[in-house]
Design a binder for this molecule. Structure first.
Ligand SMILES: C[C@H](O)[C@H](O)[C@H]1CNC2=NC(N)=NC(=O)C2=N1
Length: 116
């Protein structure tokens, strides 16, 4: 798999993933994250995460509503965190492989394309 631009990732669709494949290797992940501003590795390099400060709680909920729509369209789902009424974090990984797959980067690019 080659490193892709955020624009190219945003044009792709997540593929159903039932496991049986290895997670993306760390050198690739590190290079791919350079194309996704603000996303960083967590959980022993098995997940990617990004943080936002929203205007208020309602904007946080609206953001989650929009993210949820994308996740359902892609059948690929993030963990959503809304803390201290306006601090939002989203964490993504592919449960089926216990680490990162192309789907996670596609979803991250689509989340970044959401206009709030
Ligand atoms: C069949 C369907 O593709 C799977 O159940 C999906 C649902 N959403 C998912 N979301 C994430 N983040 N990882 C998965 O492995 C996953 N699997």
């Amino acid at each position: 798999m080659d490193v892709q631009s955020a624009e190219d990732l945003n044009r792709k669709k997540c593929e159903p993933c039932e496991g049986g494949v290895d997670p993306c290797p760390l050198p690739f992940v590190t290079e791919q994250l350079e194309k996704l501003p603000g996303w960083y590795l967590t959980h022993e390099n098995q997940r990617i995460r990004k943080d936002w400060t929203m205007k208020n709680f309602v904007e946080g909920l609206a953001f989650f509503e929009a993210v949820g729509k994308v996740a359902e369209e892609e059948a690929h789902h993030p963990d959503l965190h809304l803390e201290s009424y306006r601090n939002v974090s989203i964490e993504i990984w592919t449960h089926a492989v216990g680490g990162l797959s192309e789907n996670d980067f596609i979803l991250a690019a689509k989340i970044d394309a959401i206009e709030m």
